[in-house]
Design a protein. Structure first.
Ligand code: ADP
Ligand code: MG
Ligand code: MG
Length: 892
């Protein structure tokens, strides 16, 4: 249950905790570490299992180890002449805020205090240590409020008319310490514990107890950490940075944690103890200044830092203390770093020969690099946040507020070219033309998978969604922020940060994403390792080009309905829908065909040589018509006023059609391939447009690779019928053109029945692409938007769901269907190409699942392509490492 520092190693993280195992490792490297002992995480677990009682023999073991520490330190705990003081430090296997804070200078009482004064001949130092100890013990072990201690100290400084703790003299600090002790007695009804061993026992218990505090439990739940790890307790000989101007304490990184530069980086304070450096009581000096102030100490420290980095093969975050001209190391661990630093350090270390390419890839968190791919608020800018919403689509944007999609389309990109932010309650598919015209989107309602959020992420437009304090009045074109006097009028400049949900008034300076050479290099390594490749979901030639720049190896999903929503085309689409006869419908479709052809040509050209999956029309037709309630109001108004009969009849006709098309549950209604079974001419037109485009490109010497995808198939007969139609149309056009063109026909797998009968479906499909959005909706029986709006948050809070299943694949449920579909499909068609094109295709944990399920690729929005490339490589490496481990277990 207890280890001395020289009995442990960095491999014993689960036993000794992070801090303890690294103190052991450093001790065994021969570095200057104050001697100490570690009580194991298992002892903590047992303590908690016993209902907060020390396991039998724990204190005896601890005392025996402490006796050995005393010998090493040449001091005795509680001794009246030569007392050992210790720090008590918690340390779980993973770093965890919410755990008990450190208690320093433990073992001080009225007797040992006198000895410390006599030995150090430094009364000021002794009382400084004493008052710090009482304060920390009171805070951390006795659960008192820190602010009462602070009040006493502040009162003293005021009385002496000084600003800094260091300006108080021995007599002042003695007073403070006495007042602290009285405060403890008053607050707890008990005298401050004088017996050092009792102090130590109480402190150890406090560390153990902190494992189960609500704060710690919540943190573990959020971070998916196990409750059974427990925390270790480190009891370590004190060294003192507060013994005068030849002493000090500091923190440092072996490389710069914000930009990755390979240069020592840190801060220190002279004549200070513990966390003074980070507490902001005094302003610390940059580490470089230590080189001038104490060159020898700096030199020693720089050497140690170098050794530690070489030893751990990673950037280290270290704590040190200098006691009267002697350097002591108190902690080392892998340092936290920004995304940019993570990339640079990983690539640099591979080049320096310290780590392999695979290790470099594993060093960078995929989600983390999202930050590198979007414009950001200049970190130096001063900002005033007026409201906060959800960080729905990353990146920052500046523009003038507009309140309707039409206004946005008129003013923004494609219109007058102004920079605008679309502010709205929420968005609908009819608002797309306004959304594409905006720099950023701000909504007051809706969650992370609301329409605005999903579409914005897909387009890479920054979006803050669900900003509940924002009250948007679209009719008056004005928004206010509840509880403030902030008013946003049309034309007012706004800045939104979709990376963290902040909304600011005025223009905040932005900086461009830094796609550095290192970043590209790392992703190239990733591609060379991954088994899966990454495609992009794009609807426009511009997005296809961007996606290619981000490393997409093709298009996994091109949604053709986005092309229908273009304001120029919507009237023709409506004409097609309103047509009473197949002939009238065909006439309207003929008008659409050249437009679709242009879109397809642009995308195929942008992805020249790479596969492009075109999904034929999917949404129910009423999505392209005005809303029923709006029409009703209009028609009713018209009937009261004198209106031209023709105009009235036309409106009435639309109303009748909308009524006819309206559905109780559009998600499960007349959409996907079911549309084409009833109106085959729609798919015919789309396929004709696609193959006209492809054959033309072929003639121009290009290499288009079209793949036709039929959505929402649940029955092989649906696919057989439509496949025949696609094939007939495509082959006819190819034959007429005289060129040779290969293409595939496949289906989206997005219904449970498609997974269950994948062996039948594969007889008609040359490829599968999982549409996990609909597959999740239909498997869970959740309508996504309703779930988001009504109950998903409660499900997450109650722990019924651990993740939003529309963001992270529900691997236990939907995942089983995915695996089954792959296996059944490949049974009848061994080379079947299988990918995924739902939102989860860009999410690292889901990507790992898809890798293990044997998929060929994932497809995601362009901005997530680099994240997916990294995640796909990591999944490959993890699987390799796991099978290596298995092998070596088999050997032994
Ligand atoms: P945290 O986990 O919050 O970093 P630590 O256990 O590292 O807590 O302690 C915080 C600070 O206390 C350290 O950075 C160091 O400055 C100081 N400290 C801890 N143990 C000792 C010790 N034995 N001697 C001197 N200072 C110590
Ligand atoms: Mg702390
Ligand atoms: Mg620390």
């Amino acid at each position: 249950m207890v280890y001395l520092f020289d009995e442990g190693s960095a491999k014993m993280r689960d036993t000794l905790g992070g801090k303890g195992c690294n103190l052991a490792e450093m001790t065994n490297l021969g570095l200057p570490i104050p001697p100490g002992l570690t009580i194991t995480c298992q002892a903590c677990n047992e303590y908690n299992a016993l209902g907060k009682r020390f396991p039998d023999g724990l204190m005896d073991e601890m005392k025996k180890a402490l006796a050995k520490v005393e010998i090493k330190a040449g001091k005795k705990f509680g001794d009246a002449h030569n007392p050992l003081l210790v720090s008590v430090r918690s340390g779980a296997p993973v770093s965890m805020p919410g755990m008990m804070d450190t208690v320093l200078n433990l073992g001080l009482n009225e007797t040992t205090l006198k000895a410390i004064i006599a030995q150090s001949k430094n009364e000021r130092f002794a009382y400084d240590a004493y008052r710090r100890f009482i304060n920390m013990f009171g805070d951390v072990v006795l659960g008192m409020e820190h602010k009462h201690f602070e009040e006493i100290l502040t009162a003293k400084k005021k009385a002496k008319n000084v600003k800094l703790d260091t300006e108080l003299d021995a007599a002042d600090l003695k007073d403070v310490a006495q007042n602290y002790k009285q405060l403890v007695e008053k607050d707890t009804g008990k005298k401050f514990p004088e017996d050092p061993m009792e102090q130590l026992e109480l402190a150890i218990k406090a560390v153990f107890n902190s494992w189960d505090t609500p704060r710690a439990v919540t943190y573990r739940r959020i971070s998916r950490l196990s409750d059974t790890m427990g925390t270790a307790v480190n009891v370590q000989t004190m060294v003192f940075g507060n013994m005068g101007n030849d002493s000090g304490t500091g923190v440092a990184f072996t490389r710069n944690p914000s930009n990755g530069e390979n240069k020592l980086y840190g801060e220190y304070l002279i004549n200070a103890q513990g966390e003074d450096v980070v507490a902001g009581i005094r302003t610390p000096k940059p580490l470089a200044a230590l080189g001038k102030e104490m060159p020898e100490m700096y030199g020693q420290f720089a050497d140690i830092a170098k050794r530690l980095e070489e030893h751990y093969h990673d950037m280290q975050d270290m704590e040190f203390t200098i006691e009267k001209g002697k350097l002591w190391m108190l902690q080392t661990r892998s340092g936290k770093r920004t995304a940019a630093a993570a990339v640079k350090i990983a690539v640099d270390m591979e080049r320096e020969g310290r780590i392999s390419k695979e290790e470099a890839i594993m060093r960078v968190q995929p989600e983390h690099i999202d930050k590198l791919l979007h414009r950001q608020i200049d970190p130096k800018a001063k900002v005033t946040v007026v409201a906060k919403g959800l960080n729905a689509s990353p990146g920052a944007a500046v523009g003038k507020a507009v309140f309707t999609a039409d206004d946005a389309a008129k003013a923004g990109i494609g219109g007058r070219g102004e920079k605008i932010i679309l502010v709205s309650v929420e968005t609908t598919p009819e608002d797309i033309h306004g959304m594409v015209a905006a720099q950023g989107i701000l909504t007051s309602r809706g969650g992370m998978t609301s329409h605005a959020a999903v579409v914005a992420r897909g387009m890479g437009v920054p979006c803050v969604a669900g900003c509940e304090k924002l009250k948007v009045d679209v009719s008056r074109k004005i928004a206010t922020v509840e509880g403030t006097n902030v008013v946003i009028k049309e034309g007012d400049t706004l800045t939104v940060d979709g990376s963290d949900g902040r909304v600011m008034l005025g223009e905040v300076p932005l900086v461009d994403p830094e796609l550095t050479g290192d970043f590209e290099e790392l992703l190239r390594w990733a591609d060379s390792i991954s088994r899966m490749h990454v495609r992009a979901n794009v609807d426009t030639p511009k997005n296809a080009l961007d996606a290619r720049k981000f490393g997409a190896k093709g298009v996994g999903l091109c949604r053709t309905e986005r092309m229908f929503n273009d304001p120029d085309r919507l009237p023709i689409v409506q004409e097609m829908i309103l047509a009473d006869t197949p002939d009238a419908r065909k006439r309207a479709l003929k008008k659409l065909e050249p437009m679709q052809k242009g879109d397809f040509k642009g995308i195929l050209e942008a992805m020249d040589g790479l596969p492009v999956i075109i999904r034929l029309l999917d949404p129910p037709l009423h999505e392209f018509l005005p809303k029923l309630d709006e029409l009703l109001v209009e028609v009713t108004k018209m009937s009261f006023h004198k209106t031209d009969d023709r105009v009235f009849n036309e409106k009435k006709r639309i109303l009748d059609k909308v009524r006819e098309l309206s559905e109780f549950n559009p998600m499960l209604g007349h959409r996907g391939c079911r549309l084409a079974i009833k109106y085959p001419e729609i798919y015919e037109m789309q396929v004709a447009a696609l193959f006209e485009a492809a054959t033309e490109l072929k003639k121009e010497g290009k290499n288009p690779v079209p793949e036709v995808m039929i959505p929402l198939v649940g029955n092989v007969k649906e696919l057989a019928k439509l496949r025949a139609l696609v094939k007939k149309t495509a082959d006819g056009i190819i034959a007429k053109s005289g060129v040779k063109l290969n293409y595939m026909i496949g289906t989206m797998i997005e219904l449970p029945r498609a997974c269950l009968t994948a062996d039948e479906i594969a007889t008609e499909a040359e490829f599968f692409s999982y549409g996990t959005n609909d597959l999740t909706q239909t498997t869970l029986g959740f309508s996504r938007d309703d779930a988001e709006a009504k109950f998903l948050q409660i499900y997450l809070k109650e722990g019924i769901l651990t993740d939003n299943p529309f963001e992270v694949l529900d691997s236990n449920g939907v995942g089983k269907l995915v695996t089954m579909g792959v296996q059944l499909g490949r049974k009848v068609r061994p080379g079947l190409e299988v990918g995924v094109c739902g939102e989860t295709g860009g999410e690292p944990r889901s990507i790992e699942f898809y890798h293990n399920a044997g998929l060929d690729y994932v497809s995601c929005s362009k901005y997530r392509v680099p994240i997916a490339r990294l995640a796909a490589a990591q999944a490959t490496i993890k699987q390799k490492n796991a099978s290596k481990k298995k092998e070596s277990f088999g050997d032994s």
